[in-house]
Design a protein around this ligand. Structure first.
Ligand SMILES: NC(=O)c1ccc[n+]([C@@H]2O[C@H](COP(=O)([O-])OP(=O)(O)OC[C@H]3O[C@@H](n4cnc5c(N)ncnc54)[C@H](OP(=O)(O)O)[C@@H]3O)[C@@H](O)[C@H]2O)c1
Length: 294
């Protein structure tokens, strides 16, 4: 049976880098997917120039009909998925404190879309398959400063409802203008992005419990600070470097690595270490990128 790997949001950036590397190393078919056919096909053409041949399908993770069409296509053509990398995501615009509508869009794409993927694509993932949720340093619990939410997210019996309430607490606060930005690290800069990724990493651990019966490993990771459009071209790594740890996680990591939060250097980080120094620091990043380019 032909093996299948799927990468969401892979017409550019880290997802494109992952597809490129999978095409070199994975013994099977690799799907480059994009929400926009024009951008997707242009990305395929770039890989073809390098002699690499991905399969292509349109996939907008926030559009249920699009996910259904992709699910049906895979089911009919290959029957299942061996590797699924949930990479699609958006960052903040240049505004560190965006209005409600932008916060909602960020959270819909980076967090709520995963429920559609979970419902429609997870059932196609074969026994012993691997799933990776692309989180961020912004997805570590140390990004949260509100004591009540830290306590709740630390609960051993955390539920999906708890995580959704956390996300909705943030969104309601922004909508009503009651949100206190010092409830989030780094003076609350990019809070919507942080909340979306903290929620995604917390959810990954719950998803692992559900996938246990099929022996599927699901992890979330921080890919490093990478020179992509999302980072306005700033960062310490290029997309080829950034693809290495995702590839390790889906191809080479031991079967025992499950439900973990993994750093870009492959180290497993304790996601619950809310006092840890893992959260994203805007000023440090800008200063060091500026020094790097001098
Ligand atoms: N770059 C970093 O330093 C960094 C750090 C931590 C985490 N990450 C995470 O890594 C992942 C990739 O980011 P990147 O830096 O490579 O960003 P990027 O270059 O902006 O690429 C993001 C990709 O996601 C796609 N996308 C956005 N919304 C989508 C949707 N609704 N459905 C399907 N695809 C969608 C984009 O498509 P379009 O071209 O159509 O917009 C694009 O292909 C994201 O989850 C991001 O949060 C990145």
């Amino acid at each position: 049976m032909v093996k299948v790997a799927v990468v969401t949001g892979s017409n550019k950036g880290i997802g494109f880098g992952i597809v490129k590397e999978l095409l070199k190393r994975f013994d099977g078919v690799v799907y480059l997917t994009s929400r926009d056919d024009g951008r997707g096909k242009a990305a395929v053409a770039k890989l073809n120039e390098l002699g690499l041949k991905p399969e292509y399908h349109q996939l907008d993770v926030t559009d249920r009909d699009s996910v259904v069409r992709f699910r049906d296509h895979i089911k009919e053509k290959y029957g299942g998925i061996d590797i699924l990398i949930n990479n699609a995501g958006v960052g903040n615009s240049i505004d560190f404190y965006p209005p409600y509508e932008e916060c909602k869009t960020i959270i819909d794409i980076n967090y709520f879309s995963i429920f559609t993927i979970q419902e429609l694509l997870f059932p196609l993932v074969k026994d012993n398959g691997r799933i990776l949720n692309m989180s961020s340093a912004c997805g570590h619990l140390s990004n949260i400063r509100n004591k009540d939410w830290i306590e709740r997210l630390l609960k051993k019996d955390l539920t999906v409802e708890d995580i959704n309430e956390f996300v909705n607490w943030f969104l309601e606060g922004v909508k009503n203008e009651t949100f206190k930005y010092d409830d989030i690290a780094d003076e609350g800069k990019g809070a919507a992005y942080r909340v979306s990724k903290v929620a995604l990493s917390a959810l990954t651990m719950l998803q692992q419990k559900e996938l246990e019966s099929k022996n599927i490993a699901i992890n979330s990771m921080h890919p490093g600070l990478v020179q992509t459009d999302l980072m306005l071209g700033l960062g310490f790594y290029d997309i080829d470097q950034a693809a290495q740890t995702p590839i390790y996680l889906v191809l080479d990591a031991p079967d025992s690595l499950k439900g973990a939060f993994v750093w870009h250097d492959r180290k497993v980080v304790d996601w619950y270490d809310y006092k840890g120094d893992y959260y994203f620091k805007t000023n440090y990043f800008i200063k060091n990128c500026a020094q790097k380019s001098e």
